[in-house]
Design a binder for this molecule. Structure first.
Ligand code: ZN
Ligand code: ZN
Length: 155
């Protein structure tokens, strides 16, 4: 991982952010919602302590009720439309930065894959990688432990 803070932002530069603490986990979501939202094959989620993420610039927020009933919030740059982060209403401890917006995403390796039952056929997941057909059945504990291991911070 590069030295903290991790920095990033939208395509036009109106929204910028800095992450001042080591993220909790990085994973890929292959659900159809993420495919539609990113207009790509999967969503990249870098889960951070919300207190460690400082955003400059004004974002707008989309609100969408997921199948589970959870209200998902998506913060984006109103000028260029780039999605910056995802949150869940009523769960202020949780924040996922959309990792493709990092200035330097070159170091990222996912700790796991979720919702693989809807993954695109060309996406190959290694036999030794953590993957879940739907959401992780352990609340993401195994992926978080793998992530710490990958960063050399012990299990
Ligand atoms: Zn922008
Ligand atoms: Zn998803």
């Amino acid at each position: 991982m590069p030295p903290l803070p991790l920095t990033g932002g939208c395509q036009c530069g109106a929204v910028r952010y800095a992450i001042s603490a080591v993220p909790r986990v990085f994973y890929l979501c292959h659900c159809s919602e993420c495919q539609t939202q990113t207009s790509s094959a999967f969503g990249e989620s870098l889960r951070c302590d919300p207190a460690s993420v400082v955003v400059t610039g004004t974002m707008k927020t989309t609100r969408r009720v997921a199948e589970s009933g959870t209200v998902r919030l998506g913060d984006f740059c109103p000028a260029c439309g780039v999605r910056i982060q995802h949150r869940s209403e009523g769960d202020p401890g949780r924040l996922n930065v959309k990792a493709g917006t990092l200035d330097d995403p070159s170091w990222l390796v996912p700790a796991g894959h979720i919702w693989t039952r809807s993954r695109q056929a060309f996406v190959t997941i290694g036999a030794d990688e953590l993957s879940y057909p739907e959401g992780p059945d352990d609340g993401g504990a195994a992926m978080a432990a793998r992530w710490r291991e990958m960063l050399g911070q012990g299990g």
